[in-house]
Design a protein around this ligand. Structure first.
Ligand SMILES: NC(=O)c1ccc[n+]([C@@H]2O[C@H](COP(=O)([O-])OP(=O)(O)OC[C@H]3O[C@@H](n4cnc5c(N)ncnc54)[C@H](OP(=O)(O)O)[C@@H]3O)[C@@H](O)[C@H]2O)c1
Length: 375
């Protein structure tokens, strides 16, 4: 059973928040397009709804599953036994084979969407996943039972995530059928980081011969962005910790320098006297972002997924605000099939290892993608 609690207005009239619903069905509404638009200061829109999944240990014969979850915002990640969610009328239920980890997962658990979206607790972490459709709601027509799908499962209420053996999502989510030849782990690692990289490369407007600088390139977005920029004819130099240099060169970076070792002589050598044509910064705060933008030529474009300030000197800033789409997931999967995109799965872990892996992601020591093997 669910009950509504928390600061928001009463929601009895809305069947999605009906406290008398049975325990298993976790109904959902479509995500809408802009779930990445999280204000950096975590500002509240004042309509928070907090649902509580009351039965953590499924009683009697109710099917249960293992999941990595938090009991409240900012609580430690725990392994819990939770009810298997059932699909609502427009949803698909998926038996997950793999989940891809992203920093956004623990940011959600820390309250990144608090006050902006309804949440359910215990909140199962995870947005990206791949698995086999095991049930469909009575109105869901898009996928058949038995189809392997991958994509972003984020929907309302937030907390029916992919760090679990089963999940559900509206069929209109950014999901796509996985083509033969793509492993579930690779498909699960693609969506959020791959779509962000695709969005960044498109907004940077890179073309043949352009020179791109990527800061914070060792993780998911950077590893995909290097390859996507290269396949569009641009060359890429990365500012990254030395331990990653060989791997990033193998993905297509033509130069790699530790962040603290940059100076104008090196920039001139790598990018010419005018500087780089584009910057993709995946880690810096606003001040550091402006410092990296010094190495751009006037008229260049600087993109950031994190901090944002106007770099000045005629450099145009774009904030990456990726909107997940099925078409984007299909495009990424097609690049993998063509061999133009390698999915850098550096580590595959079990659910038991999730709490430790979340801690490592917080510390910024990601290398490529980490995938959770499920089922
Ligand atoms: N707005 C959007 O639409 C969107 C979409 C996807 C991701 N994001 C955000 O973009 C950022 C990068 O995503 P990702 O998936 O590539 O992350 P990731 O896999 O965790 O990689 C982040 C990389 O940043 C570097 N880094 C250096 N110092 C760091 C620190 N103190 N903390 C964290 N990272 C540090 C590391 O690379 P080096 O060793 O090379 O420095 C690390 O591998 C995250 O903040 C994520 O939430 C935003």
């Amino acid at each position: 059973m669910f009950s509504t609690r928390g600061p928001g207005p009463a929601k009895e009239a809305d069947p999605r928040f009906d406290a008398n619903r049975s325990m298993s069905p976790i109904s959902a509404i479509s995500t809408g397009p802009a779930w990445w638009s999280v204000p950096p200061d975590g500002e509240s829109c004042g309509h928070a709804v907090r649902l509580v999944r009351e039965a953590e240990n499924p009683p009697g014969n109710a099917p249960g599953m293992r999941a990595a979850a938090v009991r409240s915002f900012r609580a430690p990640v725990e392994l819990l036994e939770l009810p298997v969610p059932s699909p609502g009328p427009n949803e698909v239920a998926v038996r997950l084979e793999a989940a891809g980890m992203n920093p956004f997962d623990w940011k959600i658990a820390d309250g990144a969407l608090e006050g902006r979206r309804p949440h359910v607790f215990p909140l199962v972490l995870g947005v990206d996943g791949c698995g086999v459709v095991e049930r469909v709601g009575e109105k869901a027509k898009r996928f058949r039972v038995g189809t392997r799908v991958a994509g972003s499962f984020l929907h309302d209420p937030v907390g029916v995530g992919t760090y679990a053996e089963h999940t559900v999502a509206p069929e209109t989510n950014a999901l796509a059928e996985v083509p033969p030849g793509v492993e579930p782990g690779a498909a699960a690692a693609l969506p959020t980081a791959g779509l962000a990289a695709l969005d960044a490369i498109e907004r940077l407007g890179l073309s043949e011969g352009r020179k791109l600088l990527i800061v914070g390139a060792s993780g998911g977005v950077g590893s995909f962005a290097i390859q996507l920029a290269r396949s569009r004819g641009a060359s890429v130099v990365v500012a990254a910790r030395p331990a990653s240099h060989a791997r990033l060169r193998s993905l297509g970076a033509s130069g790699a320098i530790a962040p603290e070792a940059w100076d104008s002589a090196k920039v001139e050598q790598l990018a010419g006297p005018a500087g780089f044509d584009g910057l993709l910064d995946l880690v810096s705060d606003s001040q550091q972002f402006a410092r990296w933008a010094r190495w751009l030529r006037p008229g260049a474009v600087a993109a950031t997924t994190v901090g944002a300030t106007d770099p000045g000197r005629g450099v145009r800033r774009v904030a990456i605000d990726m909107r997940p789409s099925s078409r984007g997931v299909e495009e990424l999967l097609a690049e993998v099939v063509r061999g133009t995109l390698v999915v850098p799965v550096e580590r595959t872990i079990s659910l038991d290892e999730v709490p430790q892996a979340v801690g490592e992601s917080r510390a910024g020591r990601a290398s490529g993608k980490t995938v959770i093997a499920l089922g």
